[in-house]
Design a protein around this ligand. Structure first.
Ligand SMILES: [Zn+2]
Length: 116
């Protein structure tokens, strides 16, 4: 069974985000909801620079979030790709497209060859 390997879940509110994500950092997140103690993932994403700020785009659309800090933007990208493939291939996620990489990078998805 694939794992997100993120902290949480926490309520997806501005107050809760500010309380939990205190470091300005690259990182990864997932939006979803809880049912019978299980976290159901609806969306995965990342920020290359400021995870706290990035997560706030989901406030109002989703109930809960999980997150993890990343040691570098590249690590955040690779984890987002992994999450996307682990949880998105059966179209259970709201993500419409494969995670993108910064224009200036030549990073490759660790799972597929979409950037070749
Ligand atoms: Zn891929």
């Amino acid at each position: 069974m694939a794992k997100l390997e993120m902290n949480g879940s926490y309520p997806l509110t501005r107050e809760s985000i500010d309380k939990e994500i205190t470091k300005k950092s690259a990182g990864n997140y997932a939006f979803g909801y809880l049912k019978d103690e299980t976290f159901y993932i609806k969306y995965v994403g990342r920020s290359d620079t400021d995870l706290n700020n990035r997560i706030k785009h989901g406030v109002g659309d989703y109930k809960k979030f999980k997150f993890s800090y990343a040691s570098s933007p590249k690590n955040a990208f690779e984890k987002e790709c992994q999450n996307y493939h682990d949880f998105g291939e059966d179209k259970k996620l709201d993500n419409d497209i494969h995670p993108d990489r910064p224009d200036s990078s030549n990073w490759e998805c660790p799972v597929c060859d979409i950037f070749d």
